[in-house]
Design a protein around this ligand. Structure first.
Ligand code: FAD
Length: 496
């Protein structure tokens, strides 16, 4: 019980594998299948970090004589929040920030939801078998279960992209979108699909309400929240084409280790036991679940720390390229690196501001401030493509003219050694660096990162609309009105 090591993660994954399909075939054992084994090993390494004497105190915390992963910790004090943030950054550094859905993200989700169990308790259920099912208690117990076993979660929020002009109930089949089919004494039977779950080599899937369900009326079969083992009967994951193609780490430094995978999730009449149901039918509760439990803020706090680590890594690569090819004296090169510095410092500032403005929410959880986190999650997706572009502009042809390890060790090796040396590195060092730059910005893995950063926290268009709607702009409008009415002799600032 409590924090587990990498071997325990791999053992469970082998014994209870999720039902994954890759390239037309079932993955019998994700710990040995070529598409998933390296990622599984990387995740195991992340779990092992918790037992590294250097990091144990930061990455775990003690409660009732047990040590748990810090990302499950309920923050009560500013020191707790600082520790959680630091732990997020340390774990993010493990993959240079390129592992978007490391378990910490969902741990923050279940922590906040578990503490907000009263929110789920308000759900009245179906009025039939599903009434009085203690949904709040279920949510809280689920958090404790996941924390106690240090489980790895995936999640899927959005409906299949069939027709965005129609409500789920208006699609050609009412069960294209995931919905409740019927209730039994054992639980709820659900059918349909969810569009995307990153990291399907997980122990559990959390199905939280899709952020905005639009249906006529307040009751909807699509309003549901539950958690299930990823090997539940009837549940399957169709993976996208793998980016880990089995190349050496030197050739594909990120994609060979950190292809977290994305999968389409199919529920073919899956039974969700009652104790795993957190919410049903209630559209209002479903649509506000992330916001009103503050789960979105704790997840965004993980994200801002992760993006700091990612930007630091991109800055490190950019400056290493400059050092390697001796381009640092050019002003535009300095300006481009400075853009990365600006992004990094803005994100670091937003992280500090989120902590400085933290308040205890109605569930007793010290919750980072919304304003800086909303700013971070809207700002970073807009600037991320530029960060990739800067690395491409700085590296230029070097990011494509990169003979691989086999070339370097083959008959052309001496030529490669001579002609691909650089001012600040020998050929091997230079090629390793440029291959990292390529995997960050240009490979299939790098291209996915571009799409990921734009969408992983939701549609950027609707996120900025939500920011516009929720942000209190009135004080500034009032100030301008007062300024416009001010007489010529009144002092500037007198109305503040
Ligand atoms: C690499 C990657 C990983 C992801 N990982 C996860 C994950 O782990 N878990 C998870 O739950 N989700 C994940 N997502 C999904 C992510 O949440 C969605 O991509 C995001 O919410 C946008 O939804 P969508 O992709 O369905 O786009 P759509 O809603 O289909 O939008 C497509 C286009 O139509 C526009 N549009 C559609 N509806 C409206 C509207 N009502 N108003 C205005 N414009 C509209 C959008 O702006 C966009 O331009 C991931 C996505 C990517 C790309």
């Amino acid at each position: 019980m409590g924090a587990r090591n990498g071997q325990a993660f791999l053992d469970r994954l082998r014994q209870q594998p999720p039902t994954l399909y890759v390239d037309g075939a079932r993955v019998e054992d994700p710990t040995t299948h070529p598409a998933t084994r390296n990622m599984a090993r990387s995740l195991a390494g992340l779990y092992d970090l918790q037992f590294d004497p250097m990091h144990r105190d930061l990455l775990t915390y003690e409660e009732n004589g047990e040590r748990y992963a810090t990302s499950f910790m309920v923050p009560r004090t500013p020191e707790d929040l600082a520790k959680i943030g630091e732990a997020h950054r340390l774990r993010a550094n493990y993959a240079l920030g390129f592992l978007g859905r490391a378990p910490d993200y969902m741990n923050a989700n279940v922590m906040a939801a578990g503490m907000a169990s009263d929110y789920f308790e308000a759900c009245e259920g179906s009025g039939e078998i599903g009434s009085g099912r203690n949904f709040g208690e279920n949510m809280r117990r689920y958090y404790e279960y996941v924390r106690d076993h240090d489980l790895c979660l995936t999640h899927a929020l959005t409906n299949p992209q069939v027709n965005r002009a129609r409500m789920a109930s208006e699609l050609p089949d009412p069960y294209i979108a995931l919905g409740i089919v019927r209730e039994t004494e054992e639980g709820v039977v659900v059918r349909g699909a969810r569009m995307l779950a990153t990291l399907p080599i997980a122990d559990e899937i959390l199905i939280f309400p899709s952020t905005v369900i639009k249906e006529n009326g307040d009751r909807s079969r699509y309003a549901i929240g539950f958690g299930l083992p990823t090997n539940a009967p009837g549940l399957s994951f169709q993976c996208r084409e793998p980016f880990d193609t089995g190349r050496d780490v030197e050739d594909h430094p990120l994609s060979s280790r950190f292809d977290e995978q994305d999968a389409f999730v199919i529920f073919d009449d899956v039974l969700v036991p009652w104790e795993r149901v957190f919410l049903m039918y209630d559209m209002n509760l479903a649509n506000q679940a992330y916001a009103r439990t503050d789960a979105v803020l704790h997840m965004a706090y993980q994200v801002v720390n992760l993006k700091i680590a990612k930007t630091e890594a991109m800055l490190g690569v950019a400056q290493s390229i400059v050092n390697t090819i001796g381009s640092g004296q050019f002003q535009h090169v300095q300006g481009k690196v400075s853009e990365l510095i600006l992004t990094l410092e803005i994100m670091k500032g937003l992280e500090v501001a989120a902590r400085a403005g933290a308040t205890v929410n109605q569930y007793g959880v010290l919750t980072p401030a919304r304003g800086p986190l909303d700013a971070a999650r809207n700002y970073y997706p807009s600037v991320y493509p530029r960060l990739q572009e800067i690395i491409q502009l700085l590296g230029a042809s070097g990011i494509i003219m990169m003979p691989g390890k086999a070339d370097r060790e083959g008959p052309m090796g001496p030529f490669i050694e001579k002609y691909l040396q650089a001012a600040g590195a020998n050929a091997e060092e230079r090629l390793r660096l440029f291959r990292l730059a390529w995997d960050m910005t240009l490979s299939s893995f790098g291209a996915r990162q571009n799409l990921y950063e734009k969408h992983f926290f939701g549609d950027p268009i609707r996120m900025s609309s939500a920011l516009y709607e929720s942000y209190d702009k009135q004080p500034y409008v009032d100030r301008i009105s007062a300024f416009l009415k001010r007489g010529q002799t009144e002092l500037v600032g007198a109305d503040d």
